[in-house]
Ligand binder design. Structure first.
Ligand SMILES: Nc1nc2c(ncn2[C@@H]2O[C@H](COP(=O)(O)OP(=O)(O)O)[C@@H](O)[C@H]2O)c(=O)[nH]1
Ligand SMILES: [Mg+2]
Length: 463
């Protein structure tokens, strides 16, 4: 797969306006997930944001160490991940009453907006995991909990630098023979203190959402990823009480939890473009290549990869993905004469492609290996055939699987992670090899059929 050329990118024609993005439409009412970060300077907010949203902290800084400088009104955003926006508040150290007033005023004003996109969707309340007798909450902290409860803003307690608590017990070895367990117990008792405060303030009956976090060189990366994954699940779960489908911008914004991406891909797909693939009304009169591109780009919007070279929308990647369904097209097309026999040679095919005019996506030369029948199929108008539906359904499954593979492969590297050509090529190769040993078979081209195959392949049922 050669590097996509910049000039070529400019030539990629837009998908026709008659095939509007379903995902954009869904996200239109609330395109960004808005989080208020609360926590004293140095507690680990920037590190958390860097990992969760896969952004460069240099470019989006959360008021590092500039005491008093943090303006809660400021919208911190990153061009590397357009799906989230942060507000930063310093913690409530004793005596910082003015700061507290500002936060309360800000929250009350935001939550009064009728427009969901302008409200604060969640508060991440970052507290240093207490060590040996240290206090957890400061004077103003209870006020924050009170207002969050009153305004029904999901609030999640994040106890940061958990590794330092473990270290403390490690140093006590051999007196403490299981430092991990001792740290866990100490953590639980801190959380219990927090829950006591919470119970006094909240009438809901459910405990406060709390997670531990450690992001440091002396923490196993896998352990960090597990903690971050728990935070993605807890954040999503806390949104269920809020009106609107806030989990959608959340799932698109976070860059840790592949399962949430898959679930959102399915949720959006089955609303429109994955429906009735054999009888599609929305695909009527469209060329197959545009139908595939719409499906493709909608799924990409959900995954929201940091893809500076635009590899995943390049004609090269697209033709590789078509290559995966090429055998299916070849097989079926041979058995039907459905593709219009007017086109029987390369010259006619080129006419067909150029006939679609400047709007047709030109596949790279490498795509010629796809063969005549395949090219004819994708540049022709969508037709209502069962086998065409199976091609589209198989394309969808393959794309979700390959994006999942890419996501999981880059996840272990340090953020900000960018997609590279070799990562995309490796994921494709790995999927191809999987498909050889375990072919997808005949997918039922219904939303249920597609969903079932994706989940079975990714073994989601087992979790
Ligand atoms: N040991 C340890 N250090 C951390 C952790 N999270 C952040 N740090 C470090 O603590 C310092 C402050 O972190 P930063 O994320 O900038 O905190 P912020 O001021 O709240 O944004 C940096 O040196 C981080 O590397 C953690 O979980 N464990
Ligand atoms: Mg910071």
């Amino acid at each position: 797969m050669p590097l996509p050329q910049v000039e070529q990118q400019l030539l990629i024609p837009p998908i026709p306006a008659s095939l509007p993005s379903q995902v954009d439409q869904t996200l239109d009412s609330c395109p960004r997930f808005r989080i208020l970060l609360v926590g004293n300077s140095g507690v680990g907010k920037s590190s958390l944001v860097r990992h969760m949203f896969n952004v460069d902290p240099e470019k989006i800084d959360v008021a590092d160490g500039r005491a008093g400088d943090a303006d809660i009104e400021h919208e911190y955003e990153s061009s590397d991940n357009p799906r989230f926006v942060l507000h930063d508040s310093k913690g409530f150290e004793a005596g910082s009453a003015t700061n507290w007033d500002k936060v309360e005023r800000f929250l009350r004003r935001c939550q009064a907006y009728p427009d969901l996109s302008r409200r604060v969707h969640a508060i991440w309340f970052c507290l240093l995991t207490p060590r040996q007798g240290a206090r957890l909450l400061e004077a103003g902290d209870e006020q924050l909990l009170k207002v969050a409860i009153e305004l029904k803003i999901p609030i999640i307690g994040i106890l940061t630098k958990y590794d330092l608590l473990i270290n403390q017990f490690l140093r006590k070895k051999p007196k403490v023979d299981n430092p991990e367990e001792a740290a866990s117990k100490s953590f639980d008792s801190s959380v219990e203190k927090l829950q006591r405060v919470w119970r006094e303030l909240s009438s809901a009956g459910s405990p406060m959402a709390c997670v531990r976090m450690s992001i440091s060189d002396n923490t196993d990366r896998k352990a960090t990823r597990e903690m971050l994954t728990i935070l993605t699940n807890v954040t999503r779960a806390e949104l269920r009480h809020v009106e609107g489908e806030l989990w959608i911008p959340w799932a698109a914004a976070q860059q840790i939890n592949a399962r949430q991406k898959v679930e959102l891909s399915i949720h959006e797909g089955v609303k429109k473009y994955w429906k009735d693939l054999g009888q599609s009304v929305v695909f009527k009169d469209q060329t197959v290549i545009d139908c595939l591109r719409r499906i493709h780009e909608d799924i990409l919007t959900v995954w929201n990869f940091r893809d500076p070279h635009r590899i995943l929308v390049s004609p090269e990647f697209f033709s590789q993905m078509i290559g995966l369904v090429a055998p299916l097209i070849d097989d079926q097309a041979k058995q039907t004469s459905s593709l219009g026999d007017k086109i029987s040679n390369m010259k006619d095919l080129i006419e067909l492609i150029t006939g679609v005019g400047g709007t047709a996506l030109a596949l790279p030369l490498s795509a010629v290996t796809l063969g005549f029948v395949v090219l004819k199929f994708i540049y022709s108008k969508y037709q209502r055939y069962d086998w065409a539906a199976r091609v589209l359904a198989t394309y969808i499954v393959n794309l979700v699987l390959v994006l999942h593979e890419i996501f999981m492969n880059i996840l272990p590297s340090d953020p900000p992670r960018s997609l590279s050509l070799s990562i995309a090529a490796d994921a494709l190769a790995s999927l191809k090899s999987d498909l050889r040993t375990k072919p997808l078979g005949n997918i039922s081209p219904t939303p249920e059929g597609i969903t079932q195959v994706i989940k079975a392949r990714l073994r989601f049922q087992d979790q």
